[in-house]
Structure formats: C-alpha cells, structure tokens
Design a protein around this ligand. Structure first.
Ligand code: SF4
Ligand code: SF4
Length: 222
C-alpha cells in the first residue's frame, strides 16, 4: 500500500489560511489502512482545525467527508456537491489522490494534507516499512523476494557491499543487511546459484529519470 503521514496542525492552518470554508476530504483506501487519511483521521483533523481556528478567533468552517478512493473518478464524483459548497479542499488522499481531485475540479484550490512517503507494509503495530521503490522493472524473482533496490542502503544489485557487520547494515546498524536476508532466503529455497550470476545495472529509463511514467494497455482502450 501507499504509506503517508499527516502534516502538523500548524502547517495545515498555514496552508488553508486564505480560506473560510474548507472541505477536509479523506480517502478510504491505502491512507485509511496506514492510519493517515481515513474517516477516523479526517474526523480528528477536522475537529482539531475547528478548535485551533476557534482559539485563534479565525472565521473557519470545516466540513468533512471521506470517499472510497480519491485516485478514481468514479468515487471523486461523490464529493462534487461538498467540493462545490466549500472554498477549497484539504485532501487526505495520497499525492495521486490530491492531484486526481485537483484535475477534476479545476476551479477549486486542492491542498495536500498528507506527506506521501512510500510503498510499504505494516511491519508491526504502528510501524510501516518501505518495500518497493516502483523501479519499473521488478527483479524480486532473482533475490528470493527481497528487494535490493529498496532495502539495501546502497541499492546494490550485486551485493553485499563487504561492510556489513554480523547481519547488520553498515549504513544503519539498527537495520538488517538486505543482502544477508537475500542470502538466507535464497539458501532456504535452494536458489543460491542465482548469486553466481552478475546482474546488469538497472535500466534507469524505466524509473523516474525521464519524468512521470505511463502504462498503456491497448487491450483495455476504447
Ligand atoms: S525490484 Fe523494483 S518493482 Fe520490484 S520490489 Fe524492488 S523497487 Fe519494487
Ligand atoms: S551492509 Fe548490506 S544493506 Fe547495508 S549497504 Fe551493505 S549490502 Fe546494502
């Protein structure tokens, strides 16, 4: 899932300072799961904004709404009336959701209430970890399902870097060396031979170096 975290209340107040009627718009998908922008968080943030505005004697009205997905026009449509009756939208979707709403309602300011961080998983209660950098050419099959691009501090495709200590990464000893994990997993599944192959550098053009990326499925186009 996409993992994000909320901006601070002072930062949010600064972002919306020129508006009197704000729609706090939540998203019911990834950011709900990572406890950043779902219905519950939107309720808490809206209350906090109302309270902060009252304390500062600001004339701020805050409406709250959460839709299923902000990155999908089918669901964005459900927010049309609420967006119409407010001066601006403070979106608690991920960066894609914020931009999808802004592209749909071009006459309304749409602001990001979250800092979108990474693609990851819930590691333990309250702890999310990055697992994928969306490199555009997945090589997980070569590394026992452990991503060296994301999890090795030096992004080494032909590791390890020779500086790991025990099973710790030299860059951050609090973390396990990704290459120790890769070795262990490949051994467990009987694929250590994969380490004998020298992997070529990744094709950077499949990443973000050429600007934003697009996937076109001709079989789904009309
Ligand atoms: S190899 Fe690329 S696509 Fe696959 S998990 Fe790693 S960053 Fe993500
Ligand atoms: S110690 Fe391991 S995880 Fe850290 S940079 Fe070196 S190979 Fe990568």
């Amino acid at each position: 899932m996409i993992v994000a975290q909320r901006k601070s209340i002072p930062d949010l107040l600064e972002i919306i300072k020129n508006h009197k009627k704000i729609l706090v718009l939540g998203c019911g998908t990834c950011v709900t799961v990572c406890l950043a922008g779902g219905q519950r968080e939107v309720g808490i943030i809206a209350s906090a904004l109302r309270m902060a505005a009252k304390l500062k004697d600001l004339p701020l009205e805050v409406e709250e709404l959460t839709i299923e997905r902000q990155c999908d026009n089918v669901f964005i449509e459900q927010a049309a009336e609420a967006i119409e009756r407010n001066d601006a939208v403070l979106s608690f979707g991920c960066g894609a959701g914020v931009q999808a709403v802004a592209e749909r309602y071009t006459s309304k300011p749409v602001y990001a209430g979250l800092d979108t961080a990474f693609i990851g998983i819930l590691e333990e209660r309250g702890v999310w970890t990055e697992k994928c950098a969306a490199c555009g050419a997945c090589v997980l099959h070569q590394y026992g399902g452990i991503c060296p691009v994301t999890r090795c501090a030096k992004h080494m495709l032909n590791g390890p870097c020779s500086s790991s200590r025990e099973d710790r990464c030299e860059v951050d000893p609090k973390r396990q060396c990704a290459w120790q994990l890769i070795y262990k997993r490949l051994k467990e599944i009987g694929q250590l031979d994969r380490l004998k192959e020298t992997k070529p550098p990744k094709n950077r053009r499949l990443g973000q170096d050429g600007g934003y990326r697009t996937i076109i499925r001709e079989d789904h186009r009309i």
